[in-house]
Every structure is written in C-alpha cells, then in structure tokens.
Design a protein around this ligand. Structure first.
Ligand code: AMP
Ligand code: MG
Length: 408
C-alpha cells in the first residue's frame, strides 16, 4: 500500500541538507531564514520610559492634594539634569527617560496648570503608572528571534532595535526545473491538435520566485524519450533540488523513475495515498540533492509545490518551522470523497456573518487547473472519510492567494 502524505514528508525531510550561511543587509531580509539567534544587546526598554505626555512625580498617594512646582521639562532623547526639590514634578513627553527619583507619570489630560506655572492633578495616581519599566519587555541577553525564523516584515523592527544591519541568513539551495511530455509546447509557441501548453514549469518558476529562490535553472521541455531525458536529468542533478513535472505515473511513456534510477538517483518513495498527486516520486541524487517527480496533472503540481516541496525547500534553507499550518474552519456545504483515501480539495474562504467558512470549488479533477486558479487553498478530507457535512470543522491550508489583502 502507498504511504500517507505525512509519512512521505517524514521520509524525505531527514535527507534534506541545509546550506551555508551568508549575510544580507537588513532591507533585504524578508523571506530569508535567520541563521543565528538574535540576542537583546540592551534591556528593552533600555531606560524607564514615559508612556504618556504628562508630569513625572514621586508617588505619595496624595497627588490630588495641593499643587506641584514644575522643575523642568524632559524631552525624548535627552537626559534631564536639573534639580528638583521634594514635592516638585517635571513635565515629560512620551518616549523620554524618566529621571530619578520620579517614578509615576500623570497624564496631561488629568492635570491643570496654574498661571504661576505650578500644576495640580485631578485624578488619583497609581504608583508607577504610565512608565514602561527598564527591561520590562525583555532583559539584555534574551533570545529575541531564534535561528531558523522565517523572516517577514514584522521581524525587521526587532532586528533594527538590536542594531543588526548585516543579518546572517541561510543560503538557499539551487533548483533545476524540468518539464517532461511529448505533448508540450511553451506558452510563446503555437498549440494545436494534441499539443498543450506547458503550464507546470512556469507555475513552478513563479512559485519559487514568490518564495525568494533566485538560483533557479529552467531546463526546458523534454519529450518522453529516454536518451534526451537522461541527458537533461544529469544536467539537473547538478542542482541541489531537481523538480520534474510529468512522467512518473504508470503509462508506457512514464519513464522518469527509470531514467532517474539509471542516473543513480536513490528512490525514497514512489506513490502517496493522497489525491491529487498519487504518483509522486522522491529520491536522493548521487550528490546528496533532492529529486521530486510530480505527476503532470497541473492541480497536483499546484497543490504539492506548497504542500510537499515547500517544506523540503524551507528545511534546506534552515527553517525550523516548515510544515504547512492548517486553520480549523467550518465547511459551507456537504461534500463526498469517493476515493476513500486522503484528499486535498480546492476551496475558497467565504465570510458569512461572524463566521468564515470553507467553500469547496467544483472541479473536474486534477487536470482542471482553471478551477484551481480560482481557489485560495485546499482543505483536507481525511483518509477513510467518505462524507463531510456542512458545518463540520475541516483543516484548511491557505496555500494560494494573498490573504493579507482580504476584507471581511
Ligand atoms: P503525466 O503525469 O506526464 O502522465 O501527465 C498527466 C497530465 O498532465 C497529462 O494530461 C499531461 O498532458 C498534463 N501535463 C503534463 N505536463 C504538463 C505541463 N508541463 N503543463 C500542463 N499540463 C501538463
Ligand atoms: Mg507525460
């Protein structure tokens, strides 16, 4: 029996090797994977920081009784060096360092300034209020971002805050792409009769670009001919990853696994109990690289780039979290799974009232890439489940589309 999708990933992931480390400047880190722990070089906040515009006092609990002399003003980025007598306050701005011995800030909205420049407070104060204590977020020496973090824009402020301008990140593996099939022509060529245009290779190139991979070679279309295929495979095996579309199924012209074996590729798996993508092949090249053969059906390629290949690429790039993360959401309508095996079914999300629901997109199967191009992801129908009812919770994987741009 074919192994499960999870077993398939578990059998290839240990073979994946990480690359070396290099430094990239801070503006270029988005999409890279951090190669060293980032440590706080100071306490954060680094000094007692006023969190409001107002007046700093030494707390007594009697702030509403009597008036205070204002001994000076403290602006952000300055150290106040004036003198204050007992019972004085200082005017202070958000972000400024609260000078000793002051320990409480009363916001300007709760204050009244007299003509003579003294101030009285309308509201009782709590000791320590409106001051972010030194080190209250993290102490110097704390790990802020662990090695292996997949960096996005919201990590950049943290890197900047510790002065990390040259950021150590993992090098990415090189990738080669090969499309097999005597029926294929390129998008810029005319297609007639039994010929179809090569969508898979261009999808893979675009998906790699989206993931930030730059060392990518496209080796073109090869017909289902053993000699040509072996020559191209040998060329592709010089990359750390070789991704092949088509030719891994059981037809007479599905010669990719044989050709790979003849080129010294060690088979790790061939066939997974999942739809689409059942005939997937994975192996290890003589040089220790990874070879993945995807069935030519375009939906299988579109699903298994994010679900199967992306985890391998991320692990090769040093990521510690590389498995796709599902979101648990209710299904909008009943669905059936005739195969009985695990299925990744294409779907969109729909917001209905307070609820976001998973809407399955009707499809003619794994050749129907037009339906898949309207989807935002896939949801899982587990192995052995032949029917799911509307309202049942499913695991949705948001693998396509720009989820950040979604409005309710
Ligand atoms: P195969 O896995 O080679 O048997 O191909 C399965 C199906 O996918 C066939 O209908 C192919 O014509 C189609 N197909 C194969 N390669 C591609 C490709 N690069 N782009 C679009 N469709 C393809
Ligand atoms: Mg083929």
């Amino acid at each position: 029996m074919a192994i499960t999708y999870e077993q398939a990933l578990a059998s290839v992931l240990p073979v994946v090797r990480t690359q070396g480390v290099h430094e990239v400047p801070l503006p270029d880190v988005v999409g890279e994977i951090l190669a060293r722990d980032v440590i706080a070089d100071r306490n954060i906040p680094p000094f007692p920081r006023a969190a409001m515009d107002g007046f700093a006092v030494v707390w007594t609990g009697k702030e509403t009784e009597g008036t205070y002399r204002v001994a000076g003003t403290v602006n952000p980025g300055t150290v106040w060096s004036g003198n204050a007598a007992e019972g004085d306050c200082v005017k202070i701005m958000t972000g400024a360092m609260v000078p000793a011995p002051f320990n409480t800030v009363i916001q300007v909205e709760h204050s009244e300034i007299d003509f003579g420049g003294s101030v009285r407070f309308r509201n009782a104060a709590k000791s320590g209020q409106n001051i972010a204590r030194e080190g209250e977020d993290v102490l110097k020496g704390t790990v802020l971002l662990p090695s292996g973090t997949f960096l996005s824009a919201h990590h950049v402020a943290t890197l900047a805050s510790v002065g990390q301008w040259e950021v150590p990140v993992y090098q990415r593996p090189s990738v080669a792409i090969l499309a097999t099939g005597s029926e294929l022509v390129e998008p810029w060529e005319g297609a007639s009769g039994p010929m179809i245009r090569n969508g898979n290779a261009h999808f893979l190139l675009a998906a790699l670009k989206e993931l930030g991979f730059r060392d990518v070679r496209y080796l073109g279309i090869i017909p289902d001919d053993r000699e040509t295929m072996m020559a191209k495979i040998r060329e592709g095996l010089t990359s750390e990853f070789l991704l092949i579309s088509g030719g891994v199924s059981v037809g007479d012209v599905d010669i990719v696994p044989d050709c790979l074996a003849a080129c010294g590729v060690r088979k790790i798996l061939h066939k997974i109990a999942v739809k689409p993508g059942k005939p997937i092949f994975a192996g290890e090249s003589p040089g220790g690289g990874i070879v993945v053969g995807l069935p030519g059906n375009p939906v299988a390629v579109m699903v298994h780039f994010p679900m199967f290949i992306r985890p391998l690429l991320l692990k090769a790039t040093g990521a510690t979290e590389y498995l796709p993360k599902p979101i648990l959401l209710p299904l909008a309508e009943d669905t059936v799974n005739k195969s009985g095996g695990k299925k990744f079914s294409i779907a969109r999300l729909e917001k209905k009232g307070a609820e976001t629901r998973v809407v399955e997109i009707p499809s003619h199967g794994s050749g129907d890439f037009i339906s898949a191009s309207r989807a935002e992801g896939v949801f899982e129908i587990p192995m052995g489940t032949s029917h799911l009812s509307a309202g049942e919770t499913v695991r949705f994987y948001p693998i396509w589309g720009n989820f950040l741009s979604h409005e309710g």
